[in-house]
Design a protein around this ligand. Sequence first.
Ligand code: 5AD
Ligand code: SF4
Length: 439
Amino acid sequence: MADTKKLFIKTYGCQMNVYDSERMAEALGGAGYVETGRPEDADMILLNTCHIREKAAEKVYSELGRYKGLKAANPDLRIGVAGCVAQAEGEEIMRRQPLVDLVVGPQAYHRLPEMEARARAGHKALDTDFPQEDKFEHLTSRPKAARGPTAFLTVQEGCDKFCAFCVVPYTRGAEVSRPVDRILTEARDLVERGVREITLLGQNVNAYHGAGPGGETSLAGLIWALNDIDGLDRIRFTTSHPNDMSDDLIAAHGDCDKLMPYLHLPVQSGSDRILKRMNRAHTRDSYLALIERLRAARPDILISGDFIVGFPEETDADFADTLDLIERVGYGQAFSFKYSPRPGTPAAERPQVAPDVADARLQELQALITRQQRARQDAMVGQTVGVLFEKPGRLPGQMVGKSDHLHAVHVDDCAARPGDLCRVRIVSSGPNSLAGVLA
Ligand code: 5AD
Ligand code: SF4
């Protein structure tokens, strides 16, 4: 192998970025890089960025500013920006921050080794194309390193829905599903390396429609195929759109052993007026009816959601509808955000809600959600649940893992090891996790 160089990757944003960072490290592994946790040791620093809200995007520039000294101390250091900010702002990044050598959009990661060589030779390298070839095809070969018990696996990418607030259709491109056989190969490989739980990723994962042996395959079909892999214990998927929650997928939540009783199903707002302005193409009633059908298939399913407050023209009455929807659903987990106007999206041009009004709404909504989350977590006390142990906890002898419902669980004086799936009786509920004993 050529001489070893060190790579420092910092990842922002969603789980897909986490997955992509792993793939980029693999691609650059072939060019002689090993990962380091310290930017000051690195020959190459890569920021894998998020553009979903303004704050997320701004972090990139402040982080880059911090690397000035490193570059002065080590002229051979190369700095790259990947991810959704790279896609959205491309050349602007190089203009604003001249120390950046390389800019690569999410659909061009397989070209990184070439780009790295160009950057090493002293040229600027930029690639924000949406090429036709499958980047994953080029990114999966590599030495078989051992893995922890959980892994992400991207099965679908991009989005054709164009919600009025969202940059994803512009940064990740049109919806594309990977073929079933490639996903199964990757999943088997992960299991061989120690993975017990796979979370299937896609911006619209339940719209998955990949080519399979019997023709086009739905997400439910893919899950059933994964269910047959020996040694794989758990399957999850995220993120779903209410309109793509097909009958076979709802049924799988009742019938498929390895599919966990947890569903992240963002609704964004509980007001039909706002949903329409958001271009969500569903109503509050259709969402509530869907939740009922899911609960009929799997009564203990834990529902998680995303909410945006302060969307343009949101009134107090609209916001009250959102609180009411939350009361009706009873979320086990939820994420909420103040609307952030994104350049190039339709809603950015509309009359904005005053920031103090949006702040107050966000606080009220988060208080309600925290109460619901806590109630759902507290209700686990006394129950016996499956826990996949991931790593030792902070106290000696303690192990931590996740329950079937994705609650964090810790067990003191625990004989289990990372990767063990055990029955655990829950004995108490704290602010951030459940305490249990092996059953
Ligand atoms: N402003 C605030 N939140 C947003 N999200 C997406 N776009 C925006 C935006 N412009 C939220 C949505 C989505 C989650 C990933 O981020 O709730 O589901
Ligand atoms: Fe951020 Fe969305 Fe891009 Fe993920 S897909 S990195 S959350 S903008």
